[in-house]
Design a protein around this ligand. Structure first.
Ligand code: GDP
Length: 493
């Protein structure tokens, strides 16, 4: 009997998304409703302290052994108690989202400049994907890849690293398409939302209009009787930055962000690259525990004996407690952004675990024939029709930013009263495996405009029954989308 991802996640008490991303780490690309092989299930179960008993005869498909479960529970309880005792406040992790040109990058720069401690240290600012500042003698961590592309990617892997999202809205422009998209992403992620009304210095700045627009979107500002903390700023002149940081700290207090610093470190990869002379580097944010030089960590098929750690000023760091972003040197290979790392006993264990993951990826086994190998357009539409009612969802990838706007405009002009069109995301870049997983989870079709597929995407898409269409001409794209919408209405399907 098949072990379905969704049911298995429930049995283990984890979010399906989390399980999917864990499987990905093992090189297994399975969606919610697909089955995984027994050995894989057993391995995942063990990782979470469960022992799996597969019943081949009899009616029960699989059952989690009761005694093991209870034992695990007792262990968990003891761990939980220790955990509560060791919980301590941790800095908030903040990301900045908003429409292009509304000042995300400028705001990130202004915030960095406002950091007195860093100014005194005289380090050289490096973009490592995240930085930490000190304000009112407290720390705040910022992800400094502006825009929601990075944010979405991490979430697609089940990584929730952000606590607070600051939505930047230019006071002269007001809400724009990407502002709304970013808002949707933040709301879906369930992070705390704040609004920074930027460019207060420009002529034509209209703070009231922005607040009106916020109210229309059910995120009314505090001074309008709503709950959204709203701070007027000018990233260019540096005004309002202190207020913004004060408000972030206040929100952090409300959220009571805590973590246990006295345990083995685990966290999320923010970004990675390979640098000549230093080998693979990865910026990580520690979420639990404290990461130290000399620790052995593993992340999917990659592992590291932490040789050195640096902050965003290029300064050597010996210890990284929760919420600290650090660049780690000593990796066997570059780990994926959004992937989870954890500290293990020693280098040998790290290497073994990484090798196992690598082995699984090589063999690319783990998925059973319960998954559809060839997917017809018909079954796809039937699928969409059955599960998604009458909404055609699209995930769009384009070559350059200008194209994203063009595609968006054309699609927004397609009108149909019976089928609605939902653009799940529009991003610049190659069609990636992450897009396929997102599409599989959302029941969306992937559209590439003037772009190509990353290596290995086609089999993953086939496996997940995700349809990919690529076009080079905008009218063809629009026509095809219209056809797809019409097909969804076909009563024969
Ligand atoms: P991003 O695309 O959201 O990262 O926006 P940028 O930070 O690159 O800013 C886009 C443009 O707006 C740049 O030319 C900035 O100099 C300008 N800009 C950003 N913030 C302000 C501001 O507070 N006031 C004014 N007048 N211009 C700003």
């Amino acid at each position: 009997p098949p072990i379905i991802v969704r049911d298995f996640a429930t049995a283990l008490g984890m979010k399906p998304f989390k399980l999917i991303s864990e499987l990905m780490e093992m090189g297994i690309f399975a969606s919610m409703n697909q089955a995984i092989d027994e050995p894989v299930a057993i391995k995942v179960g063990e990782k979470h302290g469960f022992q799996l008993e597969i019943k081949h005869r009899g009616e029960a498909a699989q059952q989690i052994q009761q005694s093991a479960k209870e034992k695990a529970k007792v262990k968990e309880q003891a761990a939980a108690e220790a955990e509560v005792q060791n919980l301590a406040m941790r800095p908030p992790v903040v990301c900045i989202l908003g429409h292009v040109d509304h000042g995300k990058t400028s705001l990130l720069d202004a915030i960095r400049k406002a950091d007195v401690a860093a100014g005194e240290a005289g380090g050289i600012t490096q973009h490592i994907g995240a930085y930490q500042i000190e304000h009112s003698e407290r720390k705040i961590t910022f992800l400094d890849t502006p825009g929601h592309a990075a944010f979405t990617k991490m979430r697609a892997r089940g990584a929730d690293v952000t606590d607070i999202a600051v939505l930047v809205v230019a006071a002269d422009d007001g809400f724009m398409p990407q502002t709304d998209e970013a808002l949707k992403h933040a709301q879906n992620a369930g992070v705390t939302l704040m609004v920074a009304i930027n460019k207060m210095d420009v002529k034509g700045a209209n703070i009231e209009r922005v607040k009106q627009q916020m109210q229309e979107r059910n995120i009314a500002p505090e001074d309008w009787g709503g709950e959204t903390v709203t701070v007027p700023v000018s990233a260019l002149k540096g005004t309002g930055i202190t207020d913004l940081l004060d408000m972030i700290l206040l929100q952090a207090d409300v959220l009571e962000l805590k973590a246990n610093a006295k345990t083995e470190a685990s966290g999320i990869i923010i970004e990675s690259q390979i640098e000549v002379g230093r080998g693979p580097l990865a910026t990580v944010i520690v979420q639990r525990g404290t990461l130290r030089v000399g620790d052995s960590i593993v992340c999917g098929p990659n592992w590291a004996k932490v040789r050195a750690m640096f902050d965003d000023q290029g300064k050597n760091i010996k210890e990284a407690p929760p919420s600290t972003p650090v660049r780690v040197i000593g990796w066997s290979g570059a780990p994926d952004s959004g992937a989870e790392f954890k500290s293990v006993k020693n280098a040998r264990e790290a290497e073994n675990l990484a090798e196992e993951a690598e082995h699984l990826i090589r063999k690319n086994t783990g998925t059973t024939d319960a998954a559809p190998k060839e997917v017809s357009v018909e079954s796809l539409f039937a699928n969409i029709a059955a599960t998604q009612a009458k909404t055609l969802k699209l995930i769009i990838k384009t070559d350059v930013f200008g194209s994203t706007e063009a595609v968006r405009n054309v699609l927004e002009n397609i009108k149909s009263s019976k089928v609605s069109l939902e653009i799940v995301s529009v991003e610049v870049g190659l069609v990636s495996k992450t897009d396929i997983l997102l599409a599989s989870a959302a029941g969306a079709v992937v559209i590439g405009f003037n772009t190509k597929l990353e290596n290995g995407v086609t089999p993953v898409a086939k496996h997940h029954g995700v349809r990919i269409e690529t076009y080079g001409i905008i009218y063809e794209l629009a026509d095809k989308v219209r056809d797809m919408m019409a097909d969804m209405l076909d009563p024969d399907l």
